[in-house]
Write a protein that binds this ligand. Structure first.
Ligand SMILES: NC(=O)c1ccc[n+]([C@@H]2O[C@H](COP(=O)([O-])OP(=O)(O)OC[C@H]3O[C@@H](n4cnc5c(N)ncnc54)[C@H](O)[C@@H]3O)[C@@H](O)[C@H]2O)c1
Ligand SMILES: [Fe+2]
Length: 372
């Protein structure tokens, strides 16, 4: 049985925060990070709540790649506060931290028979993880990144407001934009792909190719910024339904160990993963279709694969993203000495199941060596 879920209502554009002026809510728990507080981005929301006399409590102790400790601390505050609405504001890290708090708190409350689900609103400030429309959250524990998946974590409302991404510096625009591209390409070649997800994925891929480098070079460009925010969301809907692949499994394992930005890791890994997966005939055809959708005219699948991999490399280089894990600054000794455990994590990551190509440990070892 096929299932295509498009749950959150998506409010977008300049007036999208107006939904907060009319919703019936009384007590809001808001999860964000210190940057959003310092940049006063959070005030755009709290000012509206204040003007309505709605109580709000802010939890901002979330760092990039949220840890189990940050989540447990947040859960204690969330439970004690007992809100009727939860708002996650930030990049993937605060949104995922908030989702994880909801996931674990719900499990405990359900077991105790006290279940009352607050409204959940996600407001992304990067373009981005698409976390505002996915049922996934990624939690980091010591040297592991663990993806969780549960429809309980799907927000009820996503708010895409272009003002919230105005303060993004170029390097984060580059990293998070390449994350969008990875989501869309992995969804397009995944084992659970379908016409719904393919259409959204291709739309997101075309937008990233058309607008990301210009947005990196000139963050003031409004049309590009708005379109990338929507592309991020479309890629999120696509991969929430179709799944991802080993690009993300590798990025999860390396991100947890070496603490490098998620999107940057994805960008560096992507061209070689595309060549690796193209050993699967279907995947090679799908990569060629992507190249064709981007306006290239390959004569055969193998040429389409090469064109796509090269086009991605060129865009990454234009945005000063390094071309290898060595250039990214991952220490050689640790990388090679921990490789067996990296491969264990890649094999066990939930994203691996949707990857188009099956592989042996030796093949994965070769890919990881090539990536360095
Ligand atoms: N849930 C999912 O479906 C999903 C998908 C992909 C990645 N992820 C996870 O999301 C996390 C990465 O999220 P991310 O890439 O959005 O970055 P992030 O949330 O980690 O933020 C990166 C940095 O950008 C800053 N920032 C965010 N918005 C800003 C703005 N508008 N202006 C200025 N600075 C801003 C943050 O404060 C932070 O310092 C990783 O942990 C990754 O594993 C989740
Ligand atoms: Fe991602």
């Amino acid at each position: 049985m096929g299932l295509f879920q498009i749950k959150p209502d998506i409010h977008y554009g300049a007036n999208s925060l107006d939904i907060l002026r009319i919703m019936e809510i009384e007590k809001v728990f808001l999860v964000t990070d210190e940057n959003m507080v310092k940049l006063k981005v959070v005030n755009r929301i709290t000012n509206i709540l204040k003007s309505r006399g709605i109580d709000a409590k802010i939890y901002s102790d979330v760092k990039p790649d949220p840890t189990d400790e940050e989540i447990i601390k947040g859960m204690l505050e969330l439970s004690a506060y007992d809100p009727d609405c939860i708002i996650a504001l930030g990049g993937g890290s605060p949104i995922d931290a908030c989702k994880s708090m909801i996931y674990f708190t719900n499990k405990i409350k359900k077991a105790m028979g006290e279940y009352k689900k607050p409204k959940f609103i996600a407001v992304p400030t990067t373009s981005g993880t698409g976390s505002e429309v996915t049922s996934y959250a990624v939690v980091t524990t010591q040297s592991k990144k663990i993806p969780l998946s549960d429809s309980e974590m799907l927000p009820d409302i996503a708010i895409l407001n272009p003002e919230f991404i105005k303060t993004l510096p170029p390097s984060i625009i580059a990293d998070t934009g390449m994350d969008v591209l990875t989501h869309a390409i992995e969804a397009y070649v995944s084992r659970s792909r379908n016409l719904f997800t393919n259409t959204l994925a291709i739309g997101a891929i075309k937008t990233v190719f058309a607008d990301l480098v210009s947005n990196f070079e000139n963050p003031e460009l409004e049309r590009e910024r708005i379109d990338l925010q929507i592309a991020s969301c479309m890629a999120g809907v696509a991969f929430s339904n179709a799944g991802l692949g080993i690009n993300h499994s590798i990025a999860h394992s390396l991100g947890a160990r070496f603490h490098k930005p998620h999107g940057r890791l994805n960008a560096i890994i992507m061209p070689k993963v595309i060549e690796f997966n193209a050993q699967n005939k279907n995947a090679a055809r799908y990569y060629r279709e992507i190249a064709e959708a981007l306006g290239f005219a390959p004569k055969e699948d193998a040429e389409g694969v090469q064109i796509l991999a090269k086009a991605i490399k060129m865009r990454a280089a234009k945005m000063s993203i390094p071309g290898s894990l060595r250039e990214l600054g991952i220490p050689e000794d640790q990388y090679f000495s921990e490789m067996e455990s990296v491969i264990d994590q890649i094999e066990n990551d939930m994203c691996t199941g949707e990857n188009p190509r099956r592989f042996s440990r030796i093949e994965m070892k070769q890919l990881l060596t090539d990536l360095y």
